[in-house]
Unconditional design. Sequence first.
Length: 394
Amino acid sequence: MIRPKPVDMRSLTLSAEEGFVLSRIDSQLSLRELVAVCGFEEERVTEIVMRLAAEGAVELDPDAQTPTPTPVLESGFRPPAPSFAGIDELGEMSGDEELSALVIAVSGVSDVGVVRSNNEDAFAVMDLTSGALIDLSAPVRGGALEVGSRGVLLVVSDGMGGQNAGEVASALTLETIEKHLAPKAAADRYGDDAATRLAAAVADANVRVAEAADVPGRTGMGATVVALLIEGTTAYSAEVGDSRAYVLRRGTLTRITKDQTQIQILLDQGLLTPETAASSRAKNIVLQAIGKTPDLVVAQRRLGLHHGDRLLLCSDGLTGHVADPEIGQMLGSPASLAEICAQLVKLTNERGGRDNVTVLAAEITSASPGGRDGSVAETMATIREFSPGEGAPP
């Protein structure tokens, strides 16, 4: 068996993968159980455990270390029962010390829904250090991806226009953002400012989609987009439209983004309650979208990341059927990220599935999990907001 030992994390010199494995040893585990929890190859877990034992971070029972094959599973984060915190809790960045290198586990799914005949949603995960797109149909480096020097991109886009034009708009949005943030292009154009690089990539997508819409059959096409660029220990968001991003920290779900919709304006002005907003005719009126206005306003925030944070990006196909507290409940469950994504899509479709639905989830792990303890309000700041009247409504 493998048991944790009290140790000062600052005295250890661990790689991101070693820190990831150590963070999973929060109780006595067999090697089989640890392999399942981490998702790495058994040989690699064994090698890391021996290294941790040499560092004095764990102790071993040599009589129980016979390796047995185990299916690869994603990590299981078990926070307390979640509550919901709205976007009004956003605050300024704190001066907390930096975390060590991050590792993220990722999973995502996009579904056509019950009513639609084609899927106009799209999503992607990109390693911006190597420029490689991550294939979520297979385990990512044993279930986890290390955040390199240029960061990792998570992005969801919801196309508009119908008759396949929406599919074109969302695909072109992702393609343009990915190309814009590719290592060489990003370094040449925008240096090391992650927020500027991300906003410029979204603005470039706006131009590309508008140009592509000037073709018979694609007139009026557009897309929403929500993206997170994780660099160092910070996530930078970018949002156009009503696709959303959330963070779950210590059981509390907080919405990172703010819908750019007529409904949101009415809610902000106190003219509607959340209960009446669900049935309002204004709920589908999006105030700006990719490819629909030359004066695009990219709303952005930055979030200092904590060990154990879970992130979720989604199209409005999910939030049209599943309330934020329910999303928080599922995101905070002991299930794997893949299971959580599948459960959210299943619940959406059971409730009517009127739109395409896309869910992209990630879990953050630090090699030094004890480094930060701030709330979301203390570690989030607004870079730029979208205000009513800005841009040109679609």
